[in-house]
Design a protein around this ligand. Structure first.
Ligand code: MD6
Ligand code: FE
Length: 238
């Protein structure tokens, strides 16, 4: 069976809007840390709406509540596009074990948005994303401090960047050199923000302490009204 494709009903909208709108000067906010760049409000509203709506289409390989090896829940819903990341096994594969579903392919429109952000931050090498992990947080969702190090040896050695896109309610995002959350730096990730982590920050500890209820932009609330919260997509090259 070939991997499931997310329905392209919104791609037309994304592409049309792209042609119509003039290139924007992107607001850029550099965090004073090598290998970490935050592009505030980078993702256009129509693209944010399109991404959320495609992620929410039901089908094989969709959102589930993952657990770690010890059975503890992650406090979020997850799905993997491109390849499946298994939080219990800490490894990538074509299918997920609990239901046998193949990872849906990453929509080209998603890749394009991530790669545009990637090239805007030109200090990073350009990735060709083959994995996109999508997290969905309800208003009680959170994610403990962790490092992402299950990617290939060569991807890690090159310090290839992650492109992380946040949509919906604002998250308090923590990062630091250790797992100690009291020593971590806190920043807000708001709807449309793109965080790029690579190079010297590739193995940074990071997590989400909480999601701020009812902080999504008003134009997005209608799209997210049935399930408010926050969607985060991290694009990576295995
Ligand atoms: C989140 N993000 O923002 C969780 N990982 O919901 C991550 O765990 C993450 O933002 C690797 C690189 C960038 C990230
Ligand atoms: Fe992470």
């Amino acid at each position: 069976m070939s991997p499931k494709k997310l329905k392209p009903q919104y791609l037309g909208v994304i592409r049309r809007e792209k042609r119509k709108s003039p290139p924007r000067v992107q607001p850029r906010f550099n965090i004073s840390r090598p290998g970490m760049v935050l592009l505030k409000g980078f993702v256009k509203p129509e693209d944010q709406i399109g991404m959320v709506s495609m992620c929410r289409q039901p089908g094989p390989g969709g959102f589930y509540e993952p657990s770690f090896k010890n059975g503890a829940k992650l406090n979020l819903w997850m799905m993997s596009l491109g390849k499946n990341w298994d939080p219990a096994l800490r490894s990538y594969g074509p299918t997920r074990l609990f239901d046998g579903a193949q990872a849906p392919t990453i929509p080209d429109a998603f890749k394009m948005i991530a790669q545009t952000a990637n090239s805007t931050a030109s200090e990073f090498p350009q990735i060709n994303p083959d994995v996109c992990i999508v997290n969905y947080y309800t208003n009680s969702g959170k994610l403990g401090l962790h490092q992402d190090k299950d990617e290939s040896k060569s991807s890690l050695a090159k310090g290839l960047p992650f492109i992380s896109i946040s949509i919906g309610d604002t998250a308090e995002f923590l990062f630091g050199d250790t797992r100690d959350k009291d020593q971590a730096t806190k920043i807000n990730l708001e709807s449309g923000d793109v965080l790029i982590l690579g190079g010297e920050s590739r193995l940074l500890f990071h997590g989400v302490s909480h999601v701020k209820t009812n902080t999504a932009p008003s134009w997005l609330k209608e799209e997210m009204s049935i399930r408010p919260g926050r969607v985060n997509l991290t694009f990576r090259q295995y």
